[in-house]
Design a binder for this molecule. Structure first.
Ligand code: GLU
Length: 448
């Protein structure tokens, strides 16, 4: 009879051969399957009914063409996706990514991650993800609107408050959610607030949703530091990226007494020894939608390093908050050499498997994305809750709920890792705890 490890390896090999070329999806599945051995050994009933195989197969995959016209009247065609991955715990829930690199493998990896992440929040949401290979860079507001409208015209048939609830991700923020929601409202002839999250607080959105992923990642880091008898106070930090996640990671770090000396975009990074000027960063990124290189025009003592690597900057704490596989083994070794003691992933799967191994071998506290960045989707679920009850909570109340949820996720990962014999290993803890939640629900619901 095959051992548990051999069975998990077989599942992995079949995922690879059934999903050729989808390397990020393979990577995400590998990480989860590599974590499950101790659970299967202790609770073999969770592997019955081919639950592990079923968890790796999306329930539904939707691919559609998105035709649109640019400002000069030229016609473009993009490819849109929605992968409804798993609905054992609730309606499909997860963001939309607009980026030229998007293909089915990207959305599948993100949908797979989302299923486990959402389970960790303890809230009633299944996992899904969507997007398009559309490049929003340098597009006018009108072009963005037309693209969103065309995208929603098709996707609307598969959405619904109890069915599938998208939100933002890379390239999709409040502006895009507005255009998408406007079109959905027109098609459905209903003000169905709960069909999208990340809406503006003035039109059905939740306070603190914009801040949630970044704030949550910092709250998770604070919990990891507590286990080491440390705090955020006075720590030097590097945050990669300069989008929504990065900006609100920086904001919370500054509020809690840490100093962020670098952040980046896909062209390079800025180094500001005195601490990033958040007001200026928001002006550049949120108001003007410019590149971060413009930061040094206003703050001349800061340095912009074109095509530089932000992980070369010495820091105590690292917050990879840009995109998948942005931090490799070499970067991890540099961070360890420079004295970094903890990493909290604001993005989805930003550290390569090599990098994760380097951190864990060096005793660095490593908070993986599906735990550390779950604050965003958690507040999305709170937004759904507010929409369902036609209520609107205050910022302070919503932030308190977020803080509590992040503490609970940390404790769950910590305790699960300990119970199954891998203390301090958040990767194992998160994957095992979320697998237990999803597989128990799947078994309860029968073969559906
Ligand atoms: N895209 C975010 C994530 O990766 C948020 C998803 C949501 O709010 O539904 O978790």
């Amino acid at each position: 009879m095959a051992t548990d490890e051999e069975r998990l390896e077989e599942v992995y090999q079949s995922v690879v051969s059934r999903n050729p070329g989808e390397v990020e999806f393979h990577q995400a599945v590998r990480e989860v399957l590599d974590s499950l051995g101790p659970v299967i050994a202790k609770r073999p009933e969770l592997a019955e009914q081919r639950v592990i195989e079923r968890i790796c197969e999306p329930e539904r995959q939707i691919i559609f063409g998105v035709p649109w016209q640019d400002d000069r009247g030229e016609v473009h065609i993009n490819r849109g996706f929605r992968v409804q991955f798993n609905s054992a715990l609730g309606p499909y829930k997860g963001g939309l990514r607009f980026h030229p690199s998007v293909y089915l493998g990207t959305i599948k990896f993100l949908g797979f991650e989302q299923t486990f992440k959402n389970a960790l929040t303890g809230l009633p949401i299944g996992g899904g993800k969507g997007g398009a290979d559309f490049n929003p860079r340098d597009r006018s507001d009108a072009e963005i609107m037309r693209f969103c409208q065309s995208f929603m015209l098709e996707l609307s048939r598969d959405l619904g408050e109890y069915r599938d609830v998208p939100a933002g991700d890379i390239g999709v923020g409040q502006r895009e959610i507005g255009y998408l929601f406007g079109m959905y409202k027109r098609i459905s002839k209903q003000y169905e607030s709960g069909v999208l999250t990340g809406k503006g607080p003035g039109w059905g959105g939740s306070h603190a949703r914009r801040e949630a992923t970044g704030y949550g990642s910092v709250f998770f880091m604070r919990e990891m530091l507590r286990t080491r008898g440390e705090s955020l106070e006075g720590k030097t930090c590097v945050v990669s990226g300069s989008g929504n996640v990065a900006i609100y990671t920086i904001e919370k770090l500054e509020q809690l007494g840490a100093r962020v000396v670098a952040c980046s975009d896909s062209d390079g990074f800025i180094y500001d020894a005195g601490g990033i000027d958040l007001h200026l960063l928001k002006e550049i990124k949120e108001d003007a939608r410019l590149r971060i290189s413009t930061y040094t025009e206003r703050k001349t003592q800061a340095r912009y390093v074109d095509h530089g690597n932000a992980w070369d900057v010495p820091c105590d704490l690292a917050f990879p908050s840009a995109t998948q596989n942005e931090l490799n083994g070499r970067d991890a070794r540099t961070l360890v050499k420079n004295g970094c003691i903890a990493v909290s992933e604001g993005a989805n799967m930003p550290c390569t498997p090599d990098a994760v191994k380097v951190f864990q071998d060096a005793g660095v506290s490593f908070g993986l994305g599906k735990a550390a960045n779950a604050g965003g989707v958690a507040v999305s679920a709170l937004e759904m809750q507010q929409n369902a009850s036609r209520d609107s909570w205050t910022f302070a109340h919503t932030e308190r709920r977020l803080e509590q949820i992040m503490q609970d996720i940390h404790r769950l990962c910590w305790e699960t890792a300990e119970t199954y014999g891998t203390p301090g290993n958040y990767v194992r803890g998160a994957n095992m705890a979320s697998f237990i939640r999803v597989s128990e629900a799947m078994l309860s619901l029968g073969l559906t």
